[in-house]
Design a protein around this ligand. Structure first.
Ligand SMILES: *[C@@H]1O[C@H](CO)[C@@H](O)[C@H](O)[C@H]1NC(C)=O
Ligand SMILES: *[C@@H]1O[C@H](CO)[C@@H](O)[C@H](O)[C@H]1NC(C)=O
Ligand SMILES: *[C@@H]1O[C@H](CO)[C@@H](O)[C@H](O)[C@H]1NC(C)=O
Ligand SMILES: *[C@@H]1O[C@H](CO)[C@@H](O)[C@H](O)[C@H]1NC(C)=O
Length: 386
């Protein structure tokens, strides 16, 4: 919510000795004449009293409810290149929304990177670049929320993003490369100790293909970051997880190796996964399991180039009962998340943290897209027994 009333009251009532306390909230203020009064260690008490400062980094909803902005005073919003989207802080501030498109330098937290004609579709070939500057050296991750992410599909037989491609580079880990339909997905990108700007390039190589994107980019301090190694971090005790480009006529992408992490919620000790529907696990052609063994999963799937890996408590994994239902497997690929024929399909694991690793190879083999739709799972955390 926007700045509560008591912040403003506190500012008005407090004496000069209180200034150091409020300083961390703000980058600077405007006087009534519009001049920027930067925070500084110099004395500025007398100048500071003739306006209503709004604490920065207080989120607010835009007036159409669709976006999130930062509550700023109207001058500050204009000065930083944002757009006022309705009031906040009881009318003392405006909900300032930042957007950027191709060619821009992104310098504000919580900026929406949109396609050139947004909300209309873009259909021409183009190369679109943006640079993201960290708003503070302490920023340790970027979180990208794909409100809309509609680019061209990868090669349907290999999963390689050959024509349209989104590439993010300049961070600590490998470049992030995506294409296809990823609306509703999110990613974390590690930028700890990175000083140079982070680059996003979206290459649109064909004319007459319709694309649109709207990507909310949030800069995250070290203390608020997702656990190391998690490209996706889902919060809440239940939810849906999907591989990238899980969509109608989609195909999972080649060359992916990352963790999907679920935050372990309070009082929860294990997690259960179920496919979203009967067709929501297709990672390579069906695995032929040894008809005698009855536990198709483990030995057979080790050969898969593309696979989902679930952590297992290794002791549990070695126990003979581990082939029974309800115990997690290490590797999953083929046309079924559970062992062949197991219905209903549900896998529980109490191994923490709650992570699933997605490992898709380089896309050197050609396979039918129908066998490679990817994965959609519903997860639910289960309470600890007391
Ligand atoms: C802070 O004050 C110092 C000394 O007066 C000055 O040199 C510096 O430019 C000021 N910084 C800002 C951001 O105004
Ligand atoms: C601020 O003002 C006080 C009293 O006028 C003075 O003692 C102090 O040195 C000043 N501080 C700065 C950073 O100028
Ligand atoms: C994007 O397209 C340009 C020009 O066609 C090309 O030089 C560049 O290598 C492409 N970048 C990526 C990441 O595909
Ligand atoms: C950026 O905004 C988000 C959302 O309001 C906030 O959680 C985060 O701390 C901000 N980052 C910085 C560096 O202020």
């Amino acid at each position: 919510m926007c700045a509560p009333w008591h912040f403003v009251v506190l500012l008005l009532l407090s004496g000069a000795s209180a200034w150091p306390v409020i300083r961390p909230w703000s980058n600077g203020y405007f006087g009534y004449d519009g001049t920027l009064l930067r925070n500084n260690d110099t004395n500025r008490t007398s100048r500071v009293l003739n306006f209503f400062p709004i604490p920065v980094s207080v989120e607010c909803p835009s007036d159409d409810g669709r976006r999130t902005g930062v509550c700023l005073n109207v001058y500050e919003c204009r000065m930083q290149g944002g757009r006022a989207n309705g009031p906040c802080a009881l009318g003392f501030g405006v909900c300032c929304v930042f957007t950027a498109t191709c060619g821009a330098d992104i310098v504000n937290n919580m900026t929406y990177f949109v396609s050139p004609a947004f909300p209309a579709l873009s259909r021409d070939a183009a190369v679109c670049n943006v640079q993201i500057q960290k708003v503070a050296p302490s920023v340790s991750q970027l979180r990208l929320d794909f409100v809309h992410f509609n680019l061209g599909q990868p090669n349907r037989r290999t999963g390689v993003c050959e024509s349209d491609v989104f590439v993010m580079s300049g961070g600590v880990t490998q470049n992030l490369k995506l294409c296809g339909q990823n609306s509703g997905q999110h990613v974390y990108y590690d930028v700890e100790n990175v000083k140079d700007p982070i680059n996003i390039v979206i290459n649109l190589t064909h004319n007459n293909l319709f694309r649109m994107w709207e990507i909310k980019i949030i800069q995250i301090e070290f203390t608020e970051r997702a656990p190391a190694g998690c490209r996706q971090y889902h919060q809440g005790s239940s939810g849906i997880i999907q591989t990238m480009n899980f969509a109608d006529n989609g195909r999972h992408l080649a060359d992916q190796d990352y963790n999907i992490c679920m935050r372990q919620e309070e009082g929860m000790c294990s997690i259960a996964y179920e496919p979203c529907d009967e067709n929501s696990f297709k990672i390579g052609p069906p695995v032929l399991s040894d008809p005698g063994s009855g536990d198709g999963g483990i030995g057979d799937s080790r050969d898969c180039d593309d696979k989902i890996v679930m952590p297992c408590d290794s002791e549990e994994f070695l126990m003979p009962e581990s082939s029974g239902p309800g115990v997690c497997d290490l590797l999953h690929c083929g046309s079924s998340f559970c062992n062949q024929g197991e219905k209903p399909c549900r896998i529980e694991s109490s191994s923490t943290p709650f992570n699933i690793r997605v490992q898709f190879g380089p896309g050197i083999r050609e396979e039918s897209p129908e066998d490679n739709i990817g994965m959609c799972l519903h997860y639910e955390q289960l309470p600890c027994y007391v």
